[in-house]
Design a protein around this ligand. Structure first.
Ligand SMILES: Cc1ncc(COP(=O)(O)O)c(C=O)c1O
Length: 393
């Protein structure tokens, strides 16, 4: 009797939330579960940020704010982008939204419709493909290559552009692979995009401050030739361990900003005020908590990559950023979903099958190392015992 819109049939999901629910259910039954499936820092939000949120509430910031965000926050975002990249961004082009996902949702809805094509990384954050389908557009996967540190190849991306291509989604550093696209590859991509002026670029840089080996993040904001068609997606969730505050932002081209703001007004009116004041404290306060968190991730990365690479049937590339690693498990002879389920149900270790991130994720498992070194070491031992019993190919 209930007649839902057809688009509801094609809406996907993020398996991480399902795995989390199953892991919690097993833990509630008294099972010992180590969760290496979840994509959020295992650190609390730094205290000075929490305090700013508390103070905002005590000071009476209880009402609506401007739809695009409080002016001090938008100015702080512009100053932060200048600090990080030496790039001038007008605060008037910053749209503060409830989490990184919202910029993605708006950009895809703005350009996706039947007959349109949208390019997205595969394996990639699952919401890209899900929302592209929801919008009616055709998702066109860009393969990422393990042999290239899970970067794309610029020629391969450009070859997939057709007259129907409206939007190209890039994500570096990346979920689920931890891959970082080298500067030369971005240079070649942007040069090629000059031949396709109709293509808007959505650059998801939410892991831009979680990089290793002294690497410097290359923002697509730094390429003047595409600046008038570049949407930057960033936010506080990962860098400041603020996933539950729901705070993110987009930097939109002038021609698109008003449309994005109108989507915001139709959707959520504004972001909750206290979270916005906390966001100002995050951007303008001490940077030590971020440095300490990234240093901890760097240590764990060394440990988990070596340990996974030493497991029978596993081959683990070294991720350049984020807090994920994406080992190739084809040598175990096990299908990835079966392995994910076995590891959770029998070994008590939550991971995510690569296929949850798209067809090219087949043969891989995603591990998040946003967990203590002790938990990671124990998880590896459990996995070793589990895979040693598998009949290896
Ligand atoms: C690549 C990528 N983009 C965006 C997001 C969404 O972030 P938020 O929690 O701020 O919506 C995530 C979260 O996992 C992510 O991995």
């Amino acid at each position: 009797m209930l007649q839902m819109a057809g688009r509801m049939r094609v809406l996907g999901t993020e398996t991480a939330f399902e795995v989390l629910a199953r892991a919690n259910a097993l833990a509630a039954e008294g099972r010992s579960i180590i969760n290496l499936g979840i994509g959020q820092p295992d650190f609390p939000t730094p205290e000075h940020i929490v305090e700013a949120g508390r103070k905002a509430l005590a000071d009476g910031h209880h009402g609506y704010t401007p739809a695009n965000g409080v002016p001090q926050l938008r100015a702080a975002v512009a100053a932060d982008l200048f600090r990080r990249h030496r790039i001038e961004v007008s605060p008037n082009l910053v749209l503060v939204v409830p989490g990184g996902k919202v910029t993605m949702f708006f950009a895809i809805l703005m350009f996706g419709e039947q007959g349109a094509e949208i390019l997205y990384p595969n394996p990639g954050f699952p919401i890209y493909e899900s929302v592209i389908r929801f919008s009616g557009a055709t998702p066109v996967p860009i393969p990422l290559h393990e042999s290239a540190g899970f970067s794309f190849n610029a020629e391969e991306v450009l070859d997939r552009i057709s007259p129907r291509t409206r939007l190209l989604i890039i994500n570096s550093p990346a979920n689920p692979t931890g891959g970082v696209v080298p500067r030369q590859e971005l240079d070649r991509l942007v040069l090629g995009l000059e031949r396709h002026p109709q293509v808007v670029v959505l650059s998801d840089e939410i892991y831009g401050e979680i990089l290793y080996d002294g690497a410097v993040h290359v923002s697509l904001l730094g390429y003047p030739s595409i600046r008038d068609r570049l949407i930057l997606l960033d936010g506080w969730s990962k860098t400041y361990a603020m996933t539950g505050w729901r705070l993110g932002y987009g930097v939109w081209p002038k021609a698109l900003f008003g449309h994005a703001e109108r989507l915001a007004i139709n959707c959520h009116s504004c972001v909750n005020a206290a979270a916005q004041f906390a966001g100002i404290a995050a951007l303008t306060g001490p940077r030590d908590p971020v440095r300490r968190m990234v240093a901890a991730f760097a240590e764990r990365r060394e440990m988990i990559v070596a340990a996974l690479d030493g497991l029978p049937g596993f081959r683990c590339a070294r991720p350049g950023g984020a807090f994920y690693t994406f080992p190739n498990i084809t040598g175990t002879g096990c299908e990835v979903r079966t392995l994910q389920a076995g590891l959770l149900e029998k070994a008590g270790v939550a991971t995510i099958a690569g296929t949850s991130f798209g067809e090219y994720g087949d043969g891989y498992l995603r591990f998040s190392y946003a967990a203590s070194s002790e938990a990671i070491a124990e998880a590896i031992e459990r996995i070793r015992q589990f895979v040693e019993k598998l009949p290896l190919k």
